[in-house]
Design a protein around this ligand. Sequence first.
Ligand code: SF4
Length: 397
Amino acid sequence: MKTDPIDRALMLRESLIQNDKILVADFRGTLQGEDTSKVIDLMPIVGTTDYPFRTKVNVKEIDPLASEKYETPFFDITKKTENEIEKFLRKQEFDFPLWYKHERQFNMKKVNFYNAPFTLQIAGCNFHTGNSSGGCWYCFVDDKNNNGLPGQGKVNLGINETIDSMLSARKKIVSQYQRLGHDTNLKVLRTSGGEPTIVLDWILNLWREIKKRNLDFVGQLDSNLSTATLVDYFESERIFEKFTLEKLAEYPIKVLTALKGVDDCNLQQNVQSVTSIEDQMYSLKRFVNSGFDIFPQMYNPDPKKLRNYLENVDNIIDNISLRIHIGPLKLYGPNSKRLTFEAQRKGVDEVKFIVDRQISWNSNYIQSCEIINNYLKEKYGVSYKEVTRSDVKLKVK
Ligand code: SF4
């Protein structure tokens, strides 16, 4: 069954925010928690035994502990020039630390400070029905943590608790690295999901408090690009203040805008929701027009439709195809479990079902990287990942 993304978001709003607290995933005992705590442990709400914070080292190669754990060659930034570091990072699967290149406090030699975001996860997504195989097929969130229902695997989180917990986790991680002779920090506060735009009012107040306390945090906000009309509606109904997006864009927050398909059919098959490319384009434009610096991550595009999509999106927002990165899809605990349930529901061989899906994801990824590379060379005279994304200027036409 496919969700209606707006109806589902309206329903989720009822449970995701209560008395100034939001409902977030508690990662203890979850498959996602296991997957993401291999280098840095899950982190608690300070003074409690609830664990709604995780981090993931984005570029393993530049982090001494992550490169050892994941057995990737260590790229020692202390021995590289700024140009070498930038060139290396922009080619990586996750170039996220470079998103902050133009922030006042950024320093290329301290890029590790931006490499492990302190992440909280809103416990509901409007693409997810709440059942055992809902949402995007490749979603790496455990289904129970993404169903919007209070109870086991969820915790209510306040603004000051979030900030205090990040400060406490930062202290611990900085000294953990220092003991081993490495310099790091925890600069990035990431509001992920689930779909964070359902609780943008809380996120705006979070950043007001960060500013009031004069903290040096920068932010990452994720969105599945289906909810700009919902934001408009919440503003008109005074659930959100007027100009919530514009007010939020005044803070140093970068937006991960997920492109989960390149035509309606591709999009709806990937996400199991009746969202549309029109909704996606409207949300993209709303973010850019509000003043946000956006970083589109594309997942499982249909290679046959990709070139047409790139031409169209460039006709709507200048240069945006230069900012698009295509992400490979991998099997983790939660998405393997989701696909297993689906195979059981269909009554087909589970192993073959999962292997076929992985083969199709890989093939779409490889073909699509080649297509975007050719397109960018023809249109802009540069290869895919040849420019640093934060250097590319965007403008809605
Ligand atoms: S939009 Fe994100 S959180 Fe929602 S189901 Fe898809 S991958 Fe999961």
